[in-house]
Design a protein around this ligand. Structure first.
Ligand SMILES: NC(=O)c1ccc[n+]([C@@H]2O[C@H](COP(=O)([O-])OP(=O)(O)OC[C@H]3O[C@@H](n4cnc5c(N)ncnc54)[C@H](OP(=O)(O)O)[C@@H]3O)[C@@H](O)[C@H]2O)c1
Length: 240
């Protein structure tokens, strides 16, 4: 299988790359900005892993990934749109640059990358979008992040129908709190959360079963059912 994973330098994406490279005949093109981390992962995963340094907050970065995929993989069986970040701020506190960067990475890059890589996908390929179970509540501590993921959640529903005829399957992933660097990068410290390895394993299972959506852990599907009556959610942690 030939796979492209964004956000492969850390957290959930890194674990996905490790699992896929643990299986024979897979090749993973892993995307991130952090060259050192990508190189270390490439050393660990050897020939299976092709590191690609690209900044997805800029449209040019998306085309760096597209060109590298065309050159090194030629075709794609699996695209995992996983890169993303949040910032612990009110919407009106964000700088203009932060707004543009966050919306680009979390919403625009996954859509453009999917649109472009569709040209390299065969019948039976899968596109994964890592959203968040937070789309069903008002994320009061990370509202811009929440808004970008709600936009992604909406677009994914439309895309799923649009590309079905090409034989390309779409999986939306809705994790709860995961113990990754996401929280430190967002500006707060958090104890606990799901093991990113477990989240990656659940994503792989959902891909194999050709599911349309997966909630991790499973009980979070209740958030979807209860959304109209759920109160807002404030991250119960201290900011840095
Ligand atoms: N952790 C949670 O509680 C949680 C819950 C629900 C959903 N999610 C979602 O899960 C996904 C993965 O997050 P994670 O928890 O694994 O966090 P993470 O450990 O912080 O990983 C985020 C990844 O995104 C990449 N990234 C960030 N900005 C980028 C940019 N401008 N250009 C290219 N790559 C960029 C990072 O790579 P570089 O730093 O190398 O650029 C990193 O590999 C995200 O979409 C997040 O929204 C996380």
């Amino acid at each position: 299988m030939k796979a492209v994973i964004t956000g492969a330098s850390s957290g959930i994406g890194r674990e996905l790359a490790k699992i896929l490279c643990g299986e024979r005949n897979n090749t993973v093109l892993g995307v991130g900005r952090d060259k050192t981390r990508l190189s270390l992962l490439a050393e660990e995963l050897r020939d299976c892993f092709i590191p690609v340094q690209a900044d997805l907050s800029r449209v040019e970065g998306v085309y760096v990934v597209f060109k590298a995929t065309r050159e090194y993989l030629g075709e794609v069986d699996l695209l995992v749109n996983n890169a993303g970040f949040g910032v612990y701020k009110k919407i009106i506190e964000h700088s203009v640059e932060e707004v543009v960067s966050l919306v680009n990475v979390n919403f625009i890059a996954p859509l453009i990358l999917t649109k472009e890589l569709l040209n390299l996908m065969r019948h039976g390929s899968v596109v994964v979008f890592v959203v968040t179970a937070g789309v069903y509540v008002l994320l009061e501590s990370l509202p811009l992040y929440g808004a970008s993921k709600v936009a992604l959640h909406y677009a994914v529903k439309a895309l799923r129908r649009e590309i079905r005829d090409r034989g390309v399957h779409v999986l939306a992933v809705y994790p709860g709190v995961v113990n990754t660097e996401f929280h430190i990068r967002a500006g707060y410290s958090l104890r606990g959360g799901l093991d990113p390895r477990r989240v990656a394993e659940e994503i792989i299972k959902a891909i194999e079963k050709k599911k349309s959506e997966v909630y991790i852990p499973r009980y979070l599907v209740t958030a979807k059912l209860l959304a109209p009556i759920l109160p807002g959610y404030k991250v119960p942690v201290k900011t840095r």
